[in-house]
Write a protein that binds this ligand. Structure first.
Ligand SMILES: [Zn+2]
Ligand SMILES: [Zn+2]
Length: 304
């Protein structure tokens, strides 16, 4: 997959659908409606992911109820054969679900089709070969494990002797390899380890840490790879947006402009979770637009 150019992003004029719409089949969805100033959610999972809990249509209903105008499904693709989720994604069935949603919500909700693929250097060329065969709008590459640890488990199962610097160093090496691969449009949940272990990682955010982060961010900018602001940690860790603000400040200062925002929702009630806080933080850092993707091509979506 070719990396995308950063310059001259055209602004997309999204049709204005109804800002608020009641969810018919999403009974647990609160009638917010914090009509997010961020009108797009670029990280959603449906039951086409092994851990998704709702259909594509139910997630679309939730998006409309939240006042979103555009969403992108990013179903998991795993390459670890020992993972129960391996081989779960049925691309033709997924494509049919998205086509049904596009037809049903035409003129009200833009529905993009993407993936979130798991990246490890150990997978070799397999992810690239798999992705090359897909006609998709958007691909998130995410590093979920490093140095033998499943990162999302670190919060609950903190190892007694965790060499944090070694873990961070290994994570950064994986992320740099992902950026260099040219396979993804965006890096998923950047600084995932910080989001799982904020108290520990904040103690090592020193010169070495920031040099590593800035080297990776510079690589993203040079390669046309977006950084993702993922709000899921606000939901599952109660972590504030402070987890991202310094990274995004540095990214912007280095010239980074490609920025996607996603709730990483696996159920309707989590769609666009914490978007008001995310929007406030983006404005504080200086972003007035986020990035959408159509068949791999980025465009700017202004914050309303
Ligand atoms: Zn992920
Ligand atoms: Zn995800």
């Amino acid at each position: 997959m070719a990396a995308c150019a950063t310059a001259g992003l055209p602004a997309l004029s999204l049709s204005k659908g109804p800002a608020v719409r009641c969810a018919r089949r999403v009974s647990d969805l609160p009638r917010l409606i914090e009509t997010g100033m961020i009108p797009v959610d670029y990280h959603l999972h449906s039951t086409h992911s092994a851990d998704g809990e709702a259909s594509v249509l139910d997630m679309c209903e939730a998006a409309l109820a939240r006042g979103l105008r555009e969403i992108c499904f990013t179903e998991h693709v795993d390459f670890d054969r020992s993972d129960p989720a391996y081989g779960h994604l049925d691309w033709p069935a997924y494509t049919a679900s998205v086509a049904e949603a596009r037809s049903r919500y035409d003129g009200r909700l833009v529905v993009r089709q993407g993936v979130e693929f798991d990246f490890r250097r150990a997978y070799g060329a397999e992810p690239g070969e798999f992705l090359a065969g897909l006609d998709l709008d958007f691909a998130i590459g995410s590093v979920h494990s490093a140095a033998g640890y499943q990162i999302h488990r670190l919060h609950a199962e903190r190892p007694a002797r965790l060499d944090l610097r070694m873990l961070l160093a290994e994570y950064f090496v994986e992320i740099e390899a992902l950026v260099a691969s040219g396979w993804c449009h965006a890096i998923g949940h950047f600084d995932y380890i910080y989001k799982q272990l904020p108290d520990l990682v904040s103690g090592v955010r020193d010169d070495w840490y920031w040099r590593s982060v800035e080297r990776i961010l510079s690589g993203c900018i040079a390669g046309g790879v977006a950084v993702e602001l993922n709000t899921h940690h606000v939901l599952d860790r109660g972590a504030a947006m402070a987890a991202d603000v310094e990274i995004l400040r540095r990214y912007r200062a280095l010239g980074g402009r490609l920025l996607t925002v996603g709730s990483d929702a696996h159920r309707p009630g989590d769609v666009a979770h914490a978007f008001p806080q995310a929007e406030a933080m983006l404005r504080e850092v200086g972003f007035e637009a986020v990035t959408g993707y159509a068949r791999g091509r980025p465009y700017a979506v202004a914050l309303a």
